[in-house]
Design a binder for this molecule. Structure first.
Ligand SMILES: Cc1cc2nc3c(=O)[nH]c(=O)nc-3n(C[C@H](O)[C@H](O)[C@H](O)COP(=O)(O)OP(=O)(O)OC[C@H]3O[C@@H](n4cnc5c(N)ncnc54)[C@H](O)[C@@H]3O)c2cc1C
Length: 106
């Protein structure tokens, strides 16, 4: 067991038995090429902000957050959602285009 776990849980005894398992097909993981896909999504959304309104559609103001993009755990998503909310507020206050949600990733 990780020494930090002993410290956090206040355990002083030495374990008499330990076992470790990899849980197959548990929380999904991103497939190869995910960062590059995010780069393309970010670039597409960012470009739509400056494109003529007639041909940019909803992408002009679309921001993304969630497990499909920037984290598979609740803690990652809470942080990403908080950052996006702050960035959306700041962009509105400053009269700037909305963030894509993918400005900070990995
Ligand atoms: C079995 C299991 C156990 C997990 N255990 C943990 C854990 O211990 N710790 C941890 O950190 N993470 C865990 N996770 C991962 C974590 O739960 C997810 O990463 C997280 O909930 C994803 O949040 P999200 O907001 O991106 O998506 P979701 O929580 O899936 O929210 C998406 C929402 O959008 C709604 N929706 C979907 N399509 C549409 C539509 N077309 N129109 C309107 N609404 C729609 C859905 O109904 C849903 O409410 C677990 C996941 C699973 C499945």
């Amino acid at each position: 067991m990780n020494p930090c776990t002993f410290q956090q849980l206040g355990i002083a005894a030495t374990p008499v038995h330990t076992s470790c398992h990899i849980l197959q097909q548990c929380i999904p993981q991103y497939t190869v090429g995910h960062p590059e896909r995010l780069d393309r999504v970010h670039a597409t959304l960012a470009a739509a902000r400056t494109a003529a309104q007639s041909n940019s559609g909803v992408a002009r103001c679309l921001s993304v957050v969630g497990a499909g993009y920037v984290g598979v755990g609740v803690n990652d998503l809470a942080l990403a959602a908080h950052r996006l909310a702050v960035n959306l507020h700041q962009s509105q206050q400053g009269g700037l285009p909305p963030p894509t949600g993918l400005e900070q990733r990995f």
